[in-house]
Design a protein around this ligand. Structure first.
Ligand SMILES: C[S@@+](CC[C@H](N)C(=O)[O-])C[C@H]1O[C@@H](n2cnc3c(N)ncnc32)[C@H](O)[C@@H]1O
Length: 221
C-alpha cells in the first residue's frame, strides 16, 4: 500500500521508536508503520499463485494475501501450521506459486535443507522471496530489540543475527534457484531477494513488472 506524504513524515519522526524502542503493536497504535508492515508491503507485490510462508510468525502475510498457508516451528498464534522441521513439510511437490521467508532465514539452522524443500514444493517458474538484514545490523538490532520473538524462546545452534547478500546468493544457487532481483527497502536497511525455480528446460519464462531479466547480476556485499 502506498504511503501518503503525511505518513512518510510521521514514520520518519517515529524512526527511533518503531525501529528500535517499540514492539510492532505499540508502533501501530501510535499510527507509525510497524517493521512487520514494512516487510509485508515490500513482499506482497511480488507474490503470485498460492503462497507458502515459512517462518510465518503471527501469519499476518498469509492473512493479508488471503491465498496460502503459513508454517512455523513455534506457535505465535494466527493459525500457522506448526511443523517439527521446515525441511520436511506435509505438502506435495509443486503445490505453491510462491514461497516466502520473511525475516526468518537467519533463524533457521538447517537453512539450505529448508531452501531445497521450498524448491520441491514450488511449481516450475515459482517464486522464492527472502527478506533479510545483514549480520552487522542484525547483531546490533538483536541486542536492543528487547521485544523480539527470539527473546521468548530458546535459540538454536546455527541461528545467526543476519545474512550477507553473498550468502543468500550462494544458498539459493545450492538449492537450485536463480536469483533475479535484489532490492532494498526501509531506508535501504533491509533487503528483498527474489529468486525463481527454473522450469524443466532450465529456462526462465518469468515476467514481472518488478523484474528486469536483462539485468540479472545481483551485487554481493
Ligand atoms: C523474526 S520472526 C519473523 C516472523 C514473520 N515472518 C514476520 O515477518 O514477522 C522469525 C520467525 O522464524 C521462526 N523460526 C525459527 N526457527 C524456524 C525454523 N526452523 N523453521 C521455520 N521457522 C522458524 C520463528 O518462530 C519466528 O516466527
Amino acid at each position: 500500500m502506498k504511503k501518503s506524504l503525511g505518513k512518510h513524515v510521521w514514520d520518519a519522526i517515529g524512526i527511533p521508536f518503531r525501529m528500535v524502542l517499540f514492539p510492532d503493536d505499540w508502533s501501530s497504535r501510535l499510527g507509525f508503520t510497524s517493521l512487520e508492515e514494512e516487510r509485508i508491503s515490500a513482499v506482497l507485490p511480488h507474490i503470485h499463485g498460492k503462497l507458502l510462508d515459512i517462518g510465518a510468525g503471527r501469519n499476518t502475510l498469509v492473512k493479508r494475501y488471503a491465498n496460502g498457508v503459513g508454517v512455523d516451528v513455534h506457535d505465535w498464534g494466527g493459525d500457522v501450521l506448526v511443523v517439527k522441521d521446515s525441511a520436511n513439510l506435509p505438502f506435495s511437490d509443486e503445490a505453491f506459486g510462491t514461497v516466502t521467508f520473511v525475516a526468518c532465514l537467519n533463524h533457521i539452522p538447517n537453512r539450505i535443507a529448508v531452501l531445497k524443500e521450498a524448491w520441491r514444493v514450488l511449481q516450475p517458474e515459482g517464486r522464492l522471496i527472502i527478506t533479510m538484514i545483514n549480520p552487522v545490523l542484525g547483531e546490533i538490532g538483536h541486542r536492543i530489540w528487547w521485544y523480539g520473538e527470539d527473546k521468548k524462546r530458546d535459540t538454536e545452534p546455527g541461528e545467526v543475527a543476519g545474512l550477507w547478500t553473498r550468502d543468500i546468493v550462494r544458498m539459493c544457487e545450492q538449492a537450485g534457484f536463480k536469483l533475479v532481483e535484489h532490492e532494498r527497502f526501509l531506508y535501504s536497511l533491509n533487503n528483498l531477494y527474489l529468486a525463481v525455480k527454473p522450469n524443466e528446460n532450465g529456462s526462465l519464462e518469468f515476467r514481472s513488472p518488478h523484474i528486469s531479466l536483462s539485468n540479472q547480476t545481483v551485487p554481493t556485499d
